[in-house]
Design a protein around this ligand. Structure first.
Ligand code: PA5
Length: 430
């Protein structure tokens, strides 16, 4: 992963972050790096996620998925950090696999039903993932999926793998039915678990190269250093922090590859849930190049100066030439390929934002493959941990998310939670 912050730097004509202020920030980066390395060495909660490239054993994951490895489709039942890492990988590499990877996170009944109805259940594997083992959406969807399998006369116990903690309702259920299971590693919060069993079961069933994913991540881990000028991940974390400090707190991630669209969703969760605390944080926005050039770009180039753009690009892609036509005005297209058109659109957009004095950062992946994806996932996680240190927030907790989870359970009669009482009181006031 390469990170280019050139268009985030201030120049005579463009606002942004000055080189001098980044140099001053580098002292804080050095201190934050030291804190991160201590956390990693002591395997502290959260920091342990940055050790995953060394701790995750691909062989254990592959053996666990053995009974379902011949599936035509794998349906992952999980939400947030228990689904988005896997979805980023399998969506990015969908063209390389004959196994379809589907995700059930939302509990919209219409959507869940239509997904289940179109699947060949006797050829589908179920991958249930919940760190806590108590998340209402995941457990409810799993019960619905189980029921659909039973109604179709398919033994779901033959086709299910569970990834969860040491205890909890999902662990109990898994033990009761003697299901193959994996453990969520200790010290790794959901949104930082893409490179563990949480994120790698679906890619394993799809036949993706787990070793290469972890090698790419390990290379990024090796590049962590005490200076943002020497470390791509920290360059990203520190620059976005500095942009926010200057009033550009909206971070629009725009991948220029359809296959990377889900990566922006994963990134948005990582950034929002980790940094959005104590009235601080950046607001991540998801967009897609070139599609959103025809919608959101207007705002990014000419709207309030409260935002910056993170481009994610890849140079190598399967290409397709644009057929020639005898319509004179379209002749220029016949000399090009779709890849060249996409590239030109990206270059034009990046340059047009820079020309308008709108800061942007470019993250470059050599290609969309396991190695580069592993590096991207790890690099963004390290960037996020660094930004958390700079903001001085607890990156690894998510009290607002937990609040809503408890309120939901309480409202459904799943326990006495004061959060549910607060919701009930508010509803009565209406
Ligand atoms: O990052 C997080 O902590 C959350 O997004 C969780 O991953 C999400 O809420 C799902 O939780 P669980 O894995 O306990 O079902």
């Amino acid at each position: 992963m390469n990170v280019d912050i050139g268009n985030a730097l201030a120049s005579v004509s463009a606002p942004g972050v000055s080189r001098g202020s980044l140099e001053a920030l580098d002292e804080q980066v050095a201190a934050a790096h030291e804190r991160i390395e201590t956390g990693r060495a002591n395997r502290e909660h959260g920091y342990e996620a940055l050790n995953l490239p060394d701790r995750t054993d691909p062989e254990t994951i592959r053996s666990a998925v053995e009974p379902i490895a011949d599936a035509d489709a794998i349906i992952t039942v999980g939400i947030g950090g228990s689904a988005l890492g896997a979805a980023t990988i399998t969506d990015a590499l969908a063209g390389e696999s004959e196994t379809e990877a589907i995700y059930l996170d939302n509990v919209d009944p219409e959507w869940v039903s239509s997904r289940l109805e179109r699947l060949p259940l006797e050829r589908t594997a179920i991958n249930v993932v919940s760190r806590s083992g108590t998340t209402a959406e995941t457990l409810a969807n799993f019960l619905v999926v189980r029921d659909a399998f039973e109604s179709a006369g398919v033994d779901w116990t033959d086709r299910t793998i569970v990834t969860t903690g040491d205890s909890g309702p999902l662990r109990d259920l898994s033990d009761r039915h003697d299901l193959p299971s994996l453990k969520v590693p200790d010290g790794v919060p959901g949104r930082f678990s893409a490179l563990s069993s949480v994120g790698l079961v679906a890619p394993a069933v799809c036949g993706h190269d787990l070793e290469a994913l972890l090698e790419g991540a390990a290379a990024e881990a090796d590049s962590l250093s005490g200076s943002l000028f020497e470390c791509p991940a920290y360059a990203y974390g520190a620059t976005t922090y500095a942009l926010d400090a200057r009033g550009a707190g909206i971070n629009a991630m725009v991948p220029y590859s359809e296959s990377l669209e889900t990566s922006a969703e994963w990134f948005a969760q990582l950034w929002a849930e980790s940094l959005g605390k104590d009235d601080l944080g950046q607001t991540p926005v998801r967009a897609l190049g070139v599609t959103d050039q025809h919608s959101q770009l207007q705002l990014y180039r000419a709207g309030p100066r409260d935002k910056f753009v993170t481009f994610v690009t890849t140079r190598q892609r399967r290409d397709r030439s644009i057929p020639e036509t005898d319509v004179e005005d379209l002749a220029y297209l016949g000399d090009a390929t779709l890849g060249e058109l996409l590239e030109a659109e990206f270059e034009a957009t990046e340059a047009s934002l820079a020309a308008a004095g709108r800061p942007n950062v470019r993250i470059e992946l050599e290609s969309v493959d396991e190695y580069e994806l592993g590096g991207f996932l790890y690099g963004m996680e390290a960037a996020c941990v660094l930004a958390g240190e700079l903001y001085g927030v607890n990156t690894f907790e998510q009290p607002a998310v937990e609040w809503a989870k408890k309120a939901t359970r309480g409202l459904l009669g799943g326990g006495a939670f004061e959060e549910a009482e607060a919701v009930a009181e508010k509803t009565e006031l209406r």
